[in-house]
Design a protein around this ligand. Sequence first.
Ligand code: NAD
Length: 432
Amino acid sequence: MASFEPPASGTPLKMGPDGKLIVPDDPIIPFVEGDGIGPDIWKASVRVFDAALEKAYGGKKKVVWHEVYAGQKAFDEFESWLPDETVEAFREYLVGIKGPLTTPIGGGIRSLNVALRQRLDLYVCLRPVRWFSGVPSPVKNPGDVDMVIFRENTEDIYAGIEFEQGSEDNAKVLAFLKEQFPQRFSKIRFPDTAGIGVKPVSQEGTARLMRAAIQYAIDHKRPTVTIVHKGNIMKFTEGAFRNWSYEVAEKEYGDHTYTWSQWERTVAAKGQEAANAEQDAAKKAGKIIVKDAIADIALQQVLTRPTDFDVIATLNLNGDYLSDALAAQVGGIGIAPGGNINYSTGHAIFEATHGTAPKYADKDMVNPSSVILSGVLMFEHLGWQEAADLIVKGIETSIENKTVTYDFHRLMEGATKVKCSEFGDKIIENMG
Ligand code: NAD
């Protein structure tokens, strides 16, 4: 029987006055194992996490895992898809990890993941995309893909402000537009049968995302940050996102960055040669080049010129498409990790990016790498780099040895197929 028992031991993480996490040697980390394939994956993952910590720190640092409930399991046990206790645990203990959750059909909640992100204001969706040698890929040089996407997580059309065609509210919104903004209303091609959505994009929301992206580039010595937007069409949302992002780079990180916006101004004032010289000097000085790309072109260029991209800062919907398209280049969603983070409060939930794959539930078959690599992100976030590195090494070697789960096995020649749990064993064996 599930229950919300308090953790037996351990120390909560705290946020320091300097805005940095205070990480004890025995942090309490809440986890949701997830629905469908979640329990299989969690069992394998937690063994890998504990083994890496033991190997890295010989018992000096360890996680006190604290189970909390969401999704189907929570509904079955507590008649709530997302009990308040779960949100409170993530709030109190700051950092947590979760498996995939069934999306409830009907009833107020659209997506549990979106609800959690909104309630904890986890404004960055962090999606690093890199290739592990040997992973089957549809592109020629998957090793060129090494990008980190900062997807804005709280705004854009994901705010969920929609008005269903034919509803009373929809009629009110259309009537308001017709009365107040007749010219813009006239652009609605079929007003009688149109659903309406609202796309809020704010300066604060943009600025905090961009700060996180630039700080990451500084901390990880990444040479560029690319702002991906559709500002050519949506000027006051996506276009504003571009402009505000450049503003943050120039006003707050001027010592660390050189922007294309600066380059354009120098071209206008002094000509292209002078602007190029200025940019070259900035590169030599180790400054991060902040540039931008229209979303549709970016989706082409991440395929054709992947080395042009390092850190990407983008809005919610663009980020959604871009992260899955990029994940496909390096082995698909079975291996793509994710983190949802509020860098100001310290709240963070790391999570599988795939769903519950119900047809594989309880078969001990699927690839646990998405949750395991999310754990790597979590350990990096805690500053436990040694444990993170051991896990990455374990995964790299296991894949190089061609011992893989069914999803990679069917695409790799001469590979040995192992179960989800056995893949966890291999990672532990191969930590070196
Ligand atoms: P899915 O990601 O669950 O599965 C699609 C297919 O991807 C599977 O059939 C399987 O072939 C493959 N796959 C997924 N994870 C894998 C893994 N770890 N290893 C190997 N192969 C894997 O997507 P879906 O079928 O569209 O959604 C099923 C349920 O999951 C729905 O209720 C959906 O709402 C939910 N969902 C949850 C999340 C989340 O919690 N983060 C994300 C997406 C979907």
